[in-house]
Design a protein around this ligand. Structure first.
Ligand SMILES: [Zn+2]
Length: 75
């Protein structure tokens, strides 16, 4: 069973338990009020939806997701 991003439930739960901050800018998902810019969104590190293991799935904030393609994880 997978969510609508094709991410298996087990991977989703693992990543939700692992990533409490945006993988790119480090903003915390736990504090303050979540807006469309700070809410966690699903990110494929390698932009290939067929790779949906926990090593390729992370949570990033809506702001970073909106600028996807302009940033690298190493930044
Ligand atoms: Zn971010």
């Amino acid at each position: 069973m997978a969510n609508r991003w094709g991410i298996p439930k087990t991977v989703e739960e693992l990543v939700r338990g692992r990533d409490f901050n945006c993988v790119y800018c480090g903003i915390s998902f736990a504090n303050s009020v979540l807006t469309h810019k700070t809410r966690p969104t699903w990110e494929h590190i390698v932009n290939d939806i067929r790779i949906n293991g926990p090593d390729n799935i992370a949570l990033c904030c809506g702001s970073c997701n909106a600028s996807k393609g302009t940033k690298l994880l190493a930044d």
